[in-house]
Design a protein around this ligand. Structure first.
Ligand code: PEP
Length: 247
């Protein structure tokens, strides 16, 4: 839709070194002119946020984190607050990535609480939802998405206006097996419909799961796909820029 600005986000996951990041960030910076008419961002490991901020400053590409605490401050060893992310000019943060839901036991409610913490610091939460292969094969996709969305929709239109959603079928993440554009569109339309029920149809919905330079354009051609959350292909500047340019 012309009313929803395209957005492409790289999720580096737990990859990188200072030296390798410098090459990648320089590559992104030199190809960043496309960021004039769309939003492009990278979510990097916590220690590398200052490096991303230094090397992307003024490029038009923004930076963020891959997780955030639901708490504001205090005795939460190992946690990172939204205010800390804002202190390093993070514009966005992933919440509820499937790897955190499955490996760190994050509940739907916790994910919504993290989104609220981000919003409180002026940071856009990118709220990830998606079903597992088992759930998909059992025909439960929409039930799972509805369950994951419930505490997010309950935030209300005022907060929803400042969030981004990402549909990431777990079976498509890191597998090379992207959802087909039609499969993704069906779920995006379902999510859009739920958002519309809260007066929030304009919220951007990204697709994630094995987005590559050769399948990005067909996904972006779908009416309810507003961009992508990109894992593996975001670690190569050329591939990520190619995907961003297709959005
Ligand atoms: C992700 O981790 O959010 C993701 C979509 O990974 P990949 O692109 O590697 O499937």
């Amino acid at each position: 839709s012309p009313n929803r600005r395209r957005l492409v986000i790289g999720n580096w996951k737990m990859h990188g070194t200072q030296a390798g990041n410098a090459t990648l960030l320089d590559g992104l910076r030199s190809g960043a002119s496309m960021a004039d008419d769309r939003d492009v961002a990278v979510c990097v490991p916590f220690p590398y946020i200052p490096q991303a901020s230094t090397l992307l400053q003024g490029s038009g590409i923004t930076w963020g984190a891959q997780d955030v605490s639901m708490h504001a401050q205090g005795a939460y060893t190992g946690e990172v607050s939204a205010a800390m992310l804002a202190d390093f000019a993070c514009k966005l943060v992933l919440v509820g990535h499937s790897e955190r839901r499955s490996m760190h036991g994050e509940s739907d409610k916790l994910v919504a609480d993290k989104a609220v913490a981000a919003l409180g610091a002026g940071i856009t939460p990118v709220i990830c939802v998606g079903e597992t292969l088992e759930e998909q094969q059992a025909g439960q996709t929409k039930d799972i998405i509805a369950r994951q969305l419930a505490p997010v929709l309950a935030l209300g239109a005022q907060k929803l206006a400042h969030v981004v959603l990402a549909y990431e079928p777990v079976w498509a993440i890191g597998t090379g097996l992207s959802a087909t554009p039609e499969q993704a569109q069906e779920v995006h339309a379902f999510i859009r419909d739920r958002l519309a029920g809260q007066g929030s149809a304009h919220v951007r919905i990204l697709y994630g799961g094995s987005v590559k330079p050769d399948n990005a354009a067909s996904l972006f051609a779908m009416p309810d796909i507003d961009g992508a959350l990109v894992g593996g292909a975001s670690l190569k500047a050329q591939d990520f820029l190619h995907i961003a340019a297709a959005a």
